[in-house]
Write a protein that binds this ligand. Structure first.
Ligand code: UD1
Ligand code: F6R
Length: 371
C-alpha cells in the first residue's frame, strides 16, 4: 500500500522518521538518576563477551548493506578498539579470504536471502567464526543461520532501491558499537552524546526531508547529464558510495562515489566545467580537508554542489560559486543517516523526471538469490 505516495521508493524515503523510531524502540535506555544511558540489543546480550574477545570484526554484505556497514565502521573501531575490516561477500568467496575462529563476522542484509551473503555465511560458519546477522526479515535464511543478531525492524521494504533499510542498518550498527564498547568510563561522554543524538535522530530526518522540493529543483538541472560524481571522506565516504549507487540504479545515470583523499590519485583528471560534482562537507574532523578539496575542484572549474552543515554555507560556497545543500548537524558518526536523505530524494526525482521506472529499475531484482 503506497498510501498518498506515487511510488514505494518515495514512501519509504519519507517514512524514515517512523522506521528509525521503530528500529530503536525498546533498545535505548535513557538512564535516570545515577543510571547510565545505555543500549540493549536483546539478540546480542549473551554474546557480547565473546564479541569483545574477538581479534577482529569483519563486516560482510553486498550493495547498500555493504555501504551501511562502511558508514558504521569508524564508530565501531572507535568504541570497541577492535580492528574492523570490510568484505563484499562475493569478493571474500572469490578469494577464499581468511576467516578465523577468533573472528566475529557480521552479515548485513536487508532481505536476509542474498545468495552471495548467504554463501559467505556458510563459509564463515565452516571456518568457525562467530556469525552475527543484521537483517530486516524475521525468519530469513541469514537470520536463521547466524549464531545471533539484530533485526533492524524497518518494516517491509518494497522499492528495489534500498532506502529506509540503509538508515536503520546504520543506526543498528551504531547501537552495536555502543553495546560492544560497553561502559568504559573513558568514553562515557561520547557514548551519552551518541545516545542523546539517537533519540533525536527521527526529528532531524524529518527536518532534512523538507529539502524535497530543493532536490527536485536540483534534479531538473541535472536531468540531461551523462554522469555525476560524489566526493566524500571519513564517516561520509559511505554516503558518496550510497548516493551514487542510488542515482545509478534508479535514475540510470552513471555516478561514482569517490574517496576525497584519492582525488589527486586519478579522479581530478575528470574535472572540467561541465561535469557536476557533489561534495559532502558536513562539519566533522575532516571538514577543513574537505574545504581544501572544494577549493581545488573549484580551481579546475568544477561544477560543484556542496552538502554542508546548516550555518556553514558561507564557509563552503566560495562566494556563491557553488550550489549548497544545507542539512542539520548531528553527532558525527550519525551524520551519514541525515546526509543520505537528500541524495535519496535527488535519485528519486531524477528517475521520475527522466521517465524511468522508480520501483522496478531495469535489470534489477529486490532480492538477489543467485550468484
Ligand atoms: C525480541 C522479539 C521482539 C520482542 C522483543 C521483546 C522476535 C523476532 N523479536 O526482539 O518481537 O518485542 O524481543 O524483548 O521475536 N537473530 C539472529 N540473526 C539475525 C537477527 C536476529 O540470530 O540476523 C536472533 C537474535 O540473536 C535473537 C532473535 O533472533 O535471538 C531475535 O532478534 P531481535 O528481534 O533483534 O531481538 P529483540 O530486539 O530482543
Ligand atoms: C541497492 C540495493 C542492493 C542491495 C543488495 C543487497 O539499492 O538494493 O544493492 O542492497 O542487493 O541486498 P540485501 O541487503 O537484501 O542483502
Amino acid at each position: 500500500n503506497k498510501g498518498n505516495y506515487e511510488h514505494y521508493m518515495q514512501k519509504e524515503i519519507h517514512e524514515q522518521p517512523e522506521s528509525l523510531t521503530t528500529t530503536m524502540r525498546g533498545r535505548l535506555i535513557r538512564g535516570g538518576t545515577c543510571k547510565a544511558k545505555t543500549v540493549l540489543l536483546g539478540g546480542l546480550k549473551d554474546h557480547l563477551k565473546t564479541i569483545r574477545r574477538s581479534r577482529r570484526i569483519v563486516f560482510i554484505g553486498c550493495g547498500t548493506s555493504y555501504n551501511a556497514a562502511l558508514a558504521a565502521r569508524p564508530i565501531l573501531e572507535e568504541l570497541s578498539g577492535i580492528p574492523v575490516t570490510m568484505e563484499i561477500a562475493s569478493d571474500l568467496l572469490d578469494r577464499q579470504g581468511p576467516i578465523y575462529r577468533e573472528d566475529t563476522a557480521v552479515f548485513v542484509s536487508q532481505s536476509g536471502e542474498t545468495a552471495d551473503t548467504l554463501n559467505a555465511l556458510e563459509y564463515a560458519l565452516q571456518n568457525g567464526a562467530l556469525c552475527v546477522g543484521i537483517t530486516n526479515t524475521v525468519g530469513s535464511a541469514i537470520a536463521r543461520h547466524t549464531h545471533c543478531g539484530v533485526h533492524i525492524n524497518a518494516g517491509a521494504e518494497i522499492g528495489v532501491a534500498s532506502t529506509k533499510a540503509y538508515t536503520s542498518q546504520i543506526v543498528v550498527m551504531a547501537m552495536l558499537a555502543l553495546a560492544i564498547g560497553g561502559d568504559a568510563i573513558s568514553n562515557q561522554a561520547r557514548r551519552e552524546a551518541i545516545i542523546d543524538c539517537l533519540f533525536d535522530l527521527p526529528n532531524k530526518v524529518r527536518e532534512v526531508l523538507k529539502l524535497d522540493q530543493e532536490m527536485k529543483d536540483l534534479a531538473k538541472l541535472l536531468i540531461a547529464e551523462q554522469s555525476l560524481l560524489m566526493f566524500g571522506r571519513g564517516y561520509n565516504y559511505a554516503t558518496a558510495l550510497e548516493g551514487s549507487l542510488k542515482v545509478k540504479e534508479v535514475a540510470l545515470m552513471h555516478s561514482e562515489g569517490i574517496l576525497a583523499g584519492e582525488m589527486k590519485h586519478g579522479p581530478l583528471a575528470l574535472v572540467d566545467e561541465s561535469l557536476p560534482i557533489v561534495v559532502i562537507a558536513t562539519h566533522d574532523a575532516c571538514f577543513s580537508k574537505q574545504q581544501s578539496v572544494i577549493q581545488q575542484l573549484h580551481a579546475r572549474k568544477g561544477r560543484l554542489i556542496v552538502m554542508c552543515s546548516r550555518g556553514d554555507a558561507a564557509a563552503v560556497s566560495l562566494g556563491g560559486a557553488c550550489r549548497v545543500i544545507e542539512v542539520p548537524q548531528v553527532e558525527d558518526c550519525l551524520q551519514p543517516v541525515v546526509n543520505i536523505v537528500p541524495l535519496q530524494l535527488l535519485a528519486y526525482h531524477l528517475t521520475v523526471l527522466r521517465g524511468y521506472n522508480v520501483d522496478q529499475p531495469r535489470n534489477l531484482a529486490k532480492s538477489v538469490t543467485t550468484e
